[in-house]
Design a protein around this ligand. Structure first.
Ligand code: GLV
Length: 322
């Protein structure tokens, strides 16, 4: 019997290729950049499975090109790059990679909280350009975290993991969930305060976003939301770029309506709003949330196991249910 064909749109660890090759014919796109959509469609011909990245847009058009596809395994927890309705209509299963990246993303979020509130990248830039003339009592002062409130928007796995680290920094936790059905309250520590979004925004010293990108979370943080926040507050985004209106954020940071922000995700990656690039009070990271060797290997491996499960007639380990 012919072995099923699998297309992988990026380089993945050898151990994961070997896992797939034990049962399938594997074609890996090894280009340095994202696979061009035309090439993706052409290479899908005759493939039963696709392992792809959040930078690959899996539209109805792409799914039509993969007429034999049985599964699209996203190597990401987010899946806003995939047209789920089109996949469902064509009987194609979609899976993602939850859990394995939760801790790495929560760690990165705390890295950004500390970088923004203690102005570390700003200090490094100043030092490298020879602008440091020595220790001074009032030099580059940031904000303490102790006894402040961390406001978590979206208490799924990653939001809860970020919240659970707050005690180490002496912060209180408040959270808002937008979707009653989300993992939220069951994941909550009784010491954390559940607030409505507006109240969370107006009472928190650091607001950290952990919602998926959906039509209702697009520009959740717009001018109106930002104006609710304290002028001494910080906004952290490690979720999806379009959850924040970058134009509004750049305006607020320029006008000092917020103390600072730290972003790991952007509206039109890899483009960053030019208004943000010129500001000192925003930390900009190139989508590094899950970027550790261990985590990225675990993500690719989970995606491969999802593929193998579906190709052998079972359900995926981590299906997207949306
Ligand atoms: C990263 O952003 C992911 O969704 O895994």
């Amino acid at each position: 019997m012919a072995r099923p064909g699998v297309l992988v749109t990026c380089r993945i660890p050898t151990s994961v290729v070997e896992r797939l090759e034990a049962a399938c014919d594997v074609e890996v796109f090894a280009g340095p950049d994202a696979m061009p959509p035309g090439e993706l469609k052409a290479r899908l011909e005759g493939k039963q499975a696709l392992l792809c990245l959040l930078t690959d847009r899996i539209t109805a058009d792409v799914l039509d090109a993969g007429r034999d596809l049985r599964i699209v395994a996203n190597i990401a927890v987010g899946f806003d790059n995939i047209d789920l309705d089109a996949a469902r209509a064509r009987g194609v299963v979609v899976s993602n990679t939850p859990d394995v990246l939760t801790q790495a993303t929560a760690d990165l979020t705390w890295g950004l909280i500390l970088a923004a509130t203690r102005r570390i990248p700003e200090g490094e830039r100043l030092l490298r350009r020879g602008g440091w003339s020595g220790w001074a009592l009032d030099f580059l002062l940031g904000s303490d975290l102790r006894d402040k409130q961390l406001g978590i928007v979206g208490l799924g796995r990653i939001g809860a993991a970020v919240a659970s680290r707050a005690a180490a920094f002496g912060m209180r936790v408040a959270y808002a969930t937008l979707d009653e059905a989300a993992a939220g309250p069951s994941a909550a520590d009784p010491a954390w305060a559940r607030l409505g979004l507006d109240e969370l925004l107006s009472s928190s010293d650091v607001v950290s976003l952990h919602v998926p990108l959906t039509p209702s979370t697009r520009h959740l943080i717009d001018r109106r939301a930002i104006l609710r926040m304290k002028r001494r507050a910080y906004l952290i985004n490690t979720s999806r770029g379009p959850v924040v209106d970058e134009e509004a954020l750049a305006w607020a940071l320029r006008e000092r309506l917020l103390a600072g922000a730290a972003l790991d995700v952007f509206e039109e990656e890899p483009r960053v709003h030019p208004g943000l690039l010129e500001l000192e009070n925003v930390v900009l990271a190139p989508h590094l949330g899950s970027a550790t060797v261990e985590t990225r290997t675990a993500m690719a491996d989970l995606a491969a196991r999802n593929v193998l499960a579906v190709l052998s007639g079972g359900p995926p380990l981590t299906p997207v249910r949306a």
